[in-house]
Design a protein around this ligand. Structure first.
Ligand code: NAD
Length: 333
């Protein structure tokens, strides 16, 4: 049930995420009666106008009228523009859904968080992996030392880039602030921030140079004061797409996008476990189900605990530091 009214929505940016993912959910799950889309590229705007000519609830705008009010503003442009659009449109809605990464750096994230707090605006950031119950379960097992002390963690996420973006955003430092770290880094770091209270960067390694964005990135981190954590991200290699937690008495391997946790108890048994039934417990939810759950759990309930600006600020602090201190990856022979 939608607890909050999202009758009129402004969608800023008419690319892959906006049109394929958000628009059907705005019209379907939220039951929006009008969705105005502002897309900056005239050719793309004309294409979308033709595509939606029979959909009376959808309108393509040539400019955003500052007098218009909306129940929700969705910002799904390349990341560079998120902050400026939030500031521009702050007075035109009470609720904002901003795509990840919320901003291109931690300074903007802190400012956006402050503005939202002082103006009483509710900002939701699309950190859709908050819908995975497995990481809440792993946090409990870690805190209760169910398998003994946690010795180390390794998160590997990667595949060959195949997202059908409408712009060159994902490959532009100017539009996105970076490559794989800006793209899947927020999701990966968000999983770790669900497990740990503290996460500090020790070292970063990237394969980018000059104006090129990185396709590969490795982060060495320390969690909760001492647990060593390694994060490997790739856009051109298929990695395991799991988070491996090595405890004293067992090794747990959790999917980065699903709820299965494979447990190898040292010297004895092997089994797979799932979070108990309830929200976030679907075995292999997939992207569409995770996004549905994000809408249901946060937007429709009007609450942004775990997906507000504060979480994005923490993520961006680590990412900023990684770009500032990142070293080139060394070739092997
Ligand atoms: N949450 C997720 O899992 C997820 C997945 C993919 C992308 N994203 C995020 O969604 C956002 C958009 O990504 P995408 O894949 O849809 O990119 P895209 O390139 O497909 O779409 C971006 C659109 O914005 C338009 N645009 C560019 N500048 C604009 C401006 N100043 N004003 C209005 N429109 C403008 C472009 O013309 C394009 O149509 C990014 O922040 C990206 O990180 C999130």
């Amino acid at each position: 049930m939608v607890k909050f009214e999202y009758s009129s929505v402004l969608l800023v940016g008419g690319g892959a995420m906006a049109i394929r993912q958000h628009l059907p959910r705005l019209l379907g799950l939220l039951g929006s009666r009008s969705v105005d889309i502002y897309e900056a590229d005239p050719a793309r705007r004309a294409l979308l106008a033709a595509q939606f000519r029979r959909e009376r609830r959808v309108r393509l705008l040539e400019h955003i009228d500052s007098k218009d009010q909306f129940d929700l503003v969705v910002i799904a442009t390349p990341p560079r523009f998120h902050y400026d659009y939030y500031r521009q449109l702050e007075g035109q809605a009470e609720r904002f859904l901003i795509e990840k990464p919320m901003t291109v750096n931690a300074g903007q994230a802190a400012q956006l968080a402050d503005y939202a707090r002082s103006k009483g605006k509710k900002v939701f950031v699309n950190l859709l992996r908050r819908g995975l119950g497995s990481y809440r379960l792993l946090r409990t097992l870690y805190q209760q030392q169910e398998f003994g002390r946690l010795e180390r963690v390794q998160l590997c996420e990667g595949g060959v880039f195949s997202w059908e973006a409408a712009s060159l955003g994902p490959f532009s430092k100017d539009l996105s602030g970076g490559g794989v770290l800006m793209d899947i880094g927020p999701h990966a770091l968000d999983l770790l921030l669900q497990l740990f209270d503290e996460l500090t960067l020790q070292a970063a390694f990237m394969d980018s140079a000059g104006t090129a964005v990185e396709a590969n990135c490795t982060l060495d981190l320390a969690a909760d004061g001492g647990v060593p954590v390694t994060v490997s991200l790739s856009r051109n290699r298929c990695l395991s797409n799991t988070t491996l937690l090595q405890f004293e008495r067992a090794t747990c391997s959790a999917g980065v996008r699903d709820n299965a946790i494979a447990v190898k108890a040292h010297g004895t048994t092997e089994y797979v476990m799932y979070p108990a039934a309830g929200p976030g417990s679907a075995a292999a939810p997939g992207f569409a189900a995770l996004l549905d759950a994000f809408y249901e759990q946060f937007l429709m309930q009007g609450q942004n605990r775990g997906v507000g600006p504060a979480e994005s600020q923490r993520i961006m602090q680590i990412i900023d530091q990684a770009y500032a201190t990142g070293q080139p990856m060394q070739r092997v022979f």
